[in-house]
Ligand binder design. Structure first.
Ligand SMILES: *Cc1c(COP(=O)(O)O)cnc(C)c1O
Length: 388
């Protein structure tokens, strides 16, 4: 009972190990057939036309922004309740970044706030070129409404779906891109499925796909029909723009293709454990995660929110006492605009009230496929005792 319980962790099976070993013994450990195979499995799973595997979701967000045409002088909006990568990708492109405050129930970017901010921005002539909704904790944003606003105000939508694979919105898989230009998954080990490091961009648009493929590999093409002058011979390739080296290896892709076989099982177990937490924690001075009826979460995170006026301890005390009990709680997220780097860009505490309020009260408690019911009971009992 006394070993450390992390807030999240990967689950690696013998099949996963065998799949990786098979690639290691093959002719190709990178730039071989495993990448396309993995891309096809993910695009089929999501019901999107195209998929582009990349070295991380951060790399994916970067080239997705470039493919959307984001550059110097443009504006990108995202949620303050996210990992810094969702905002940094705009800065990589030389764009200006701003935030849209969160909904106090879902902790996702608030569509009402988005609409209000768009009305204001239109008056001032500073509409965003790209909006990045983040599917926080695995619960999809209200994509139909965001898509309707994008029609009206002309911005591109890139979903930060780092938490989202295996979740659903209006009965379609997250990543279908029904209401967006692109969606980006992360396969970091704390996420739903893993490739070690890795990510993937989904899209239904061929021109975005072609651009993403090039940007992933230095801006280079081998397609004769895209070349600016006649091919010099079979060795020839052309660099058409400034791209990057953001490729995934075949070793990683083999792991991902094996992991995704268990995706539904992973999400099912996470949902089972989440519902179990709802039971175990109900009645305590906490807000439990609220779910929008249009969504089925992948349950990347289980976040409780302390009702501080109903308990005698501070947020920090509860957090520290859980850590002392070897429960690996975490906090998702420190509002991005309060990071010193973003404060230097002009943001300050007080800019996004709901995200900051949430930050004062939120704690992510352990939730992952391999979490045992015994350990979950231990976590829930500890929380109940601490809040007495
Ligand atoms: C993990 C994460 C990322 C970055 O993913 P990497 O694969 O580590 O680059 C981006 N956005 C969110 C919301 C994340 O949780």
């Amino acid at each position: 009972m006394n070993s450390f319980i992390p807030y999240g962790r990967q689950n690696i099976s013998q099949e996963d190990i065998d799949a990786v070993v098979e690639v290691l013994r093959s002719d190709w450990i990178t730039q071989g057939p495993a990448i396309e195979r993995f891309e096809k499995i993910v695009s089929d799973y999501c019901g999107a036309k195209y998929a582009v595997a990349v070295s991380s979701a951060t790399a994916g967000l970067h080239i997705a922004c470039l493919a959307a045409g984001l550059s110097q002088g443009d504006i990108l909006w995202t949620s303050p309740n996210t990992f810094v990568a969702s905002a940094n990708c705009g800065l990589y492109c030389g764009a200006t970044v701003d935030f849209v405050d969160i909904d106090p129930n879902t902790y996702n970017l608030s569509v009402d706030q988005l609409e209000g901010k768009l009305i204001e921005a239109e008056k001032q002539g500073c509409l965003p070129k790209v909006v990045i909704p983040v599917h926080f904790a695995g619960q999809s944003c209200e994509m139909a409404k965001i898509a309707a606003l994008s029609e009206r105000y002309g911005f591109r939508i890139i979903e930060d779906a780092a938490h989202g694979i295996g979740g659903y919105y209006q009965r379609k898989p997250v990543g279908s891109c029904q209401f967006s230009d692109m969606a980006v998954f992360s396969f970091h080990p704390v996420k739903i499925i893993t490739t070690g490091e890795g990510g993937m961009i989904l899209t239904n648009k061929e021109e975005l796909y072609e651009k993403l493929i090039r940007l992933r590999t230095h801006g280079i093409t081998r397609k004769v029909e895209l070349m600016k002058e006649e091919s010099h011979g079979p060795w020839y390739y052309q660099q058409l723009e400034l791209g990057f080296h953001y490729r995934m290896t075949d070793i990683q892709a083999a792991l991902g293709a094996s992991q995704i076989q268990r995706l539904d099982e992973f999400v099912k177990q996470r949902r089972f454990l989440a519902e179990r937490y709802h039971q175990l924690l109900q009645g305590l001075p906490l807000m439990l995660p609220w779910q929008h009826p249009d969504t089925e979460s992948s349950w990347h995170l289980y976040v409780i929110r302390l009702k501080l006026d109903k308990i005698k301890k501070t947020h920090r005390q509860v957090f520290e006492e859980l850590r002392q009990a070897k429960i690996g709680v975490n906090l998702h997220y420190i509002p991005v605009h309060t990071q010193p780097y973003y404060q230097e860009l002009g943001f300050k505490w007080g800019d996004f009230y709901e995200a900051e309020q949430y930050y004062q009260e939120a704690i992510s408690i352990p939730l992952y496929y391999g979490l045992t019911e015994n350990n979950q009971d231990f976590v829930a009992n500890k929380i109940a005792t601490l809040l007495k």
